[in-house]
Design a protein around this ligand. Structure first.
Ligand SMILES: NC(=O)c1ccc[n+]([C@@H]2O[C@H](COP(=O)([O-])OP(=O)(O)OC[C@H]3O[C@@H](n4cnc5c(N)ncnc54)[C@H](O)[C@@H]3O)[C@@H](O)[C@H]2O)c1
Length: 340
């Protein structure tokens, strides 16, 4: 599989390293308008060809796929270009910027017969995959309550300074992942309410959000995120999960353990991540999830089926983000849009 990485910024390094760990993939080119970033990728990762413009990349390279790690405003033109060239697309979150634009682009790719997947990696974290496995094994019965919680005081602005300027911050950047985990665990959402807060005075957007979701199957969940919560040890970048089911309860705790409580007592096991040899704490669980997502994407591509986090699937996550901002702005309960 010959691929190109479009956008050579902070997070693209993880995508690049993960592709290089998968033997059947070769990233033959990278594209970024910033010459220093292109040079960095060429020097550090030995990428054969670099391009400042995606138009020229597509003209000159025969590609099986592109991995778009450029910021959201660049998604529309890059996705149309890739689809016009019949090249399979992976695109970073937050995809397209709005459900309306996402809808148009998903439709465009469907018409061109080009598979579109979203790099939504949090549900591919090993601990989250383990929780999903326990639920599918019916170990706690039918879930009726969930809490999916991401709270820490990590200085996220250091590696991603643009986040301090974003008018929509934690829900769009991070909550999107946590909402996606809620969907992966408990299914699609029929109603949502949300309250937000800005604790850090030096940023533009909200850095705290608390959402309540009603899922189609009847479960309710709380999705809460904060970058203003100071804890020792700092749990960054862990997502903690509580699920209550009709026969038992599951807890994914900050000490990286899963506990299954039933009437018969509690069984616990550690969640031991198979850390990539290039991983760098505290990012290890995120970096492993990038490899897991890419491995899943390859399997789906070969099988000719959509990835779990396809454009269509991600539309419903994106719609939750949109609904959360609407709910917070108007202090109301929203019915999120749904792909149909
Ligand atoms: N999935 C995750 O866990 C995760 C984590 C961090 C960031 N992200 C996402 O990754 C994306 C990039 O974030 P980042 O922190 O790496 O940003 P960044 O600013 O460090 O990097 C973005 C790069 O894209 C380049 N770029 C801009 N327009 C381009 C275009 N039209 N064509 C090609 N390259 C272009 C920029 O020059 C820059 O080098 C964002 O959408 C962000 O939300 C995802």
């Amino acid at each position: 599989m010959k691929g190109a990485l479009i956008g050579c910024g902070f997070f693209a390094e993880n995508q690049m390293k993960a592709w290089q760990s998968l033997s059947e993939v070769e990233v033959v080119a990278v594209c970024d308008p910033d010459p220093a970033r292109r040079k960095h990728f060429q020097t550090h990762f030995g990428v054969a060809r670099t391009f400042a413009e995606a138009q020229i990349l597509f003209k000159q390279c025969a590609l099986d796929f592109v991995d778009i790690a450029a910021p959201t405003p660049a998604h529309e033109s890059l996705i149309r270009l890739a689809a016009d060239h019949g090249v399979a697309i992976i695109c970073q979150k937050p995809f397209a910027g709005s459900p309306e634009r996402a809808h148009t682009l998903i439709q465009y790719c469907l018409e061109k017969g080009v598979p579109l997947s979203i790099h939504e990696n949090f549900r591919w974290q090993y601990a989250v995959r383990e929780v999903i496995r326990h639920l599918r094994n019916n170990e706690i019965g039918m879930p009726f309550f969930g809490r999916i919680s991401y709270r820490n005081g990590f200085d996220v602005y250091k590696s991603q300074p643009y986040l301090a300027q974003a008018e929509r911050f934690i829900i769009e950047d991070l909550g999107i992942h946590v909402l996606d985990i809620a969907r992966a665990l408990l299914g699609d959402v029929s109603r949502l309410s949300c309250e937000t807060n800005r604790i850090n005075p030096d940023i533009q957007g909200e850095d705290v959000a608390t959402m309540m979701l009603r899922h189609d199957g009847g479960a309710t969940s709380i999705v809460d995120c904060s970058y203003a919560t100071h804890l020792t040890p700092n749990p960054f970048p862990q997502t903690l999960i509580d699920i209550d089911g009709t026969r038992g309860s599951l807890r994914l705790t900050a000490d990286e353990k899963i506990h299954i409580h039933t009437r018969d007592g509690c069984k616990s096991h550690e969640v031991i991540v198979d850390a990539p040899d290039w991983s760098t704490p505290p990012w290890t669980i995120i970096q492993e999830s990038v490899v897991a997502f890419q491995t899943h994407w390859l399997e789906c591509h070969h099988a000719g089926v959509e990835a779990d986090t396809s454009g269509r699937d991600n539309y419903n996550t994106l719609a939750l983000v949109d609904a959360a901002y609407e709910a917070a702005a108007h202090h109301t309960v929203m019915t999120p849009k749904r792909w149909s």
